[in-house]
Design a protein around this ligand. Structure first.
Ligand SMILES: CSC[C@H]1O[C@H](OP(=O)(O)O)[C@H](O)[C@@H]1O
Length: 340
């Protein structure tokens, strides 16, 4: 854990284990406000509104969330408990469709119930807590290993470009795309990071620069339309991005704009690395065309989301939250189990 980020708890359980506590990322970088989520609606809203965001963090929030909701189910009947659990699972899995970690974490929680269905409901609730905590700890371990595997492909003093936020704030701790940067920081690699602002919700401007600055990493914020220029100047020697769903053929869904960065990296001969845990690989999804791309409210584009409107009333807007980078544009996919 980067000591300067240790105080930033993306998602955790409260002491009494009856609420999920998240750092409300819609208020960053101006305010560090933690909110407690007690109900399925609280959790759904927090995920949909990106108060908690990033594929792994969404999965952990859902796992903790369905645990606290299930712990409040008042019945000793397995059938009644399981039916109510499944209702909550369907509800939470509908919050955001693209990041596979959300539904994958909920599936893991359901499997834990079915593996223990001979036990009493109180015992099953304890099994759910263990599974949720395991999901979180496995993610933290994976992120650290992703850092090691990623750093092995980088050199001290490199300029690296990243898109959106795939750092500490997108996972349990440490990050995926930024994990090698943090590890490099600990080992004196002196990376120079270029962070795309990442319209329309500005995860790069608001979150990536915030956490990198806090960790003392050299970071420069650029507009999304400056990537080509920065690459053309020779300031970038590697691109590091996260992922929300990796299809069986290696196509990757990530924040909108990622595929454009990949095209530019290919043009300028710069390695383009996708970093993420194997929990983001979806072998049931054959290729990028099969990935459901979340589309969000037009106001995120028309309004300067955080203070004023930027386009005429009723203008038609297309606001996909992600795009797909084809495997052929990806130099390597770096996971905790190795490089693909
Ligand atoms: C480590 S997953 C981070 C991944 O999630 C982000 O999307 P969002 O901010 O909408 O949750 C983005 O695609 C990042 O690369």
């Amino acid at each position: 854990m980067i000591k300067e980020l240790a105080g930033l708890k993306t998602v955790c359980l409260n002491e009494t284990k009856d609420a999920v506590v998240i750092l409300d990322q819609t208020l960053l970088p101006e305010k560090e406000i933690y909110v407690s989520l007690f109900t399925e609606q609280d959790i759904w809203d927090a995920i949909f509104k990106l108060k908690v965001r990033g594929a792994p963090a969404i999965g952990i929030a859902a796992a903790y969330g369905i645990y606290i909701c299930s712990s409040k189910i008042k019945t000793s009947s397995f059938e009644q408990f399981y039916n109510e659990f499944c209702r909550i699972k369907v509800f939470l899995s509908g919050a955001r469709p693209t990041a596979v970690n959300l539904v994958a974490a909920l599936d893991r929680m359901e499997r834990r119930i079915l593996l223990n269905k001979e036990k009493s409901v109180p015992q099953i609730k304890q099994e759910l807590l263990k599974e949720a905590l395991a999901i979180r700890e496995e993610d933290a371990t994976a992120c650290r290993q992703i850092g090691e595997n990623g750093l092995a492909l980088l050199r001290p003093g490199m300029g690296v470009l990243t898109h959106c936020n795939a750092g500490h704030l997108a996972v349990s701790e440490y990050g995926t795309a930024l994990a090698p940067v943090y590890l490099g920081q600990e080992r004196g690699f002196g990376f120079k990071v270029f962070a795309d602002e990442t319209r329309p919700l500005l995860q790069g401007a608001r979150l990536t620069t915030y956490e990198l600055q806090r960790a003392g990493v050299d970071v420069t914020l650029i507009c999304d339309n400056m990537v080509s220029s920065v690459m053309q100047k020779g300031w970038v020697q590697a691109v590091l991005v996260g992922c929300d769903r990796i299809a069986a053929n290696g196509d990757v869904a990530n924040k909108i704009g990622t595929s454009g960065v990949a095209v530019l990296a290919r043009y300028y001969g710069i390695p383009f690395y996708v970093l993420g845990p194997t929990s983001t690989i979806d072998m049931q999804c054959p290729d990028g065309k099969s990935i459901v791309i979340e589309e969000r409210h037009p106001e995120e584009v028309t309004d300067m989301w955080y203070n004023r409107r930027m386009a005429p009333e009723k203008v038609k807007v297309y606001n996909p939250a992600f795009d797909v980078t084809p495997r052929e544009l990806i130099t390597a996919i770096i996971t905790e189990k190795g490089v693909w």
